[in-house]
Write a protein that binds this ligand. Sequence first.
Ligand SMILES: C[S@@+](CC[C@H](N)C(=O)[O-])C[C@H]1O[C@@H](n2cnc3c(N)ncnc32)[C@H](O)[C@@H]1O
Length: 201
Amino acid sequence: MKPYSAACDRNQEPILEVLKEFITSEDKKLLEVGSGTGQHAVFLAPHFKHLEWYTSDVPENHAGIKEWLDEAKIRNIKGPFTFEVGKDEFPKNEFDIVFTANTFHIMSWKECKTLMKSLGQRLTEGAQVFIYGPFKYQGEFTSQSNAEFDVSLKTRNPLSGIRAFEDVVNAMTKNGFSLTKDVEMPANNRILIFMRIDYIK
Ligand SMILES: C[S@@+](CC[C@H](N)C(=O)[O-])C[C@H]1O[C@@H](n2cnc3c(N)ncnc32)[C@H](O)[C@@H]1O
């Protein structure tokens, strides 16, 4: 049976509204890191027909993503490609956009930093990064449910956990990005939007 995420059904429309505001007609290639079921790609990609939407995830999730993609038959979706942060090289291509949803609290902080370093090395000036998910601010969770979620994440994997907004912004800044906007989203989530501000080879 096709994998299914109810959360994707709930958050895809609000995510679309934000992406529409920031993705331009000049953007050509988008990499999605941690595509999960593939639902975000299937819902979002048809709204950006000028873009090639590259799905990626660890190999174990590819069969599920393929089921969604085979059924939806959306022309501008590619993949799924294998990209496990911390193990695989950043996919070879020139991406204008990187989108990742609900991955930072799953990956270890070391993997998050590896990803942000790769983004700095591989994205060129003007490229944008969208990081969707829950974050902490000044050491505080934004809701009781996020505090409880953090405990459950750490019970499953001690290296997982809701990340600090300030740590993500600092790491992205160190890697050549500037925070464009921090958008409040439903259910105590955010989208952090960054732009690559220079390119050092
Ligand atoms: C909670 S799911 C989110 C999936 C989807 N983006 C969504 O919002 O429904 C976390 C995803 O991160 C992926 N993931 C975990 N560790 C990863 C890593 N080191 N590199 C790339 N993806 C990873 C998982 O395989 C999974 O698809």
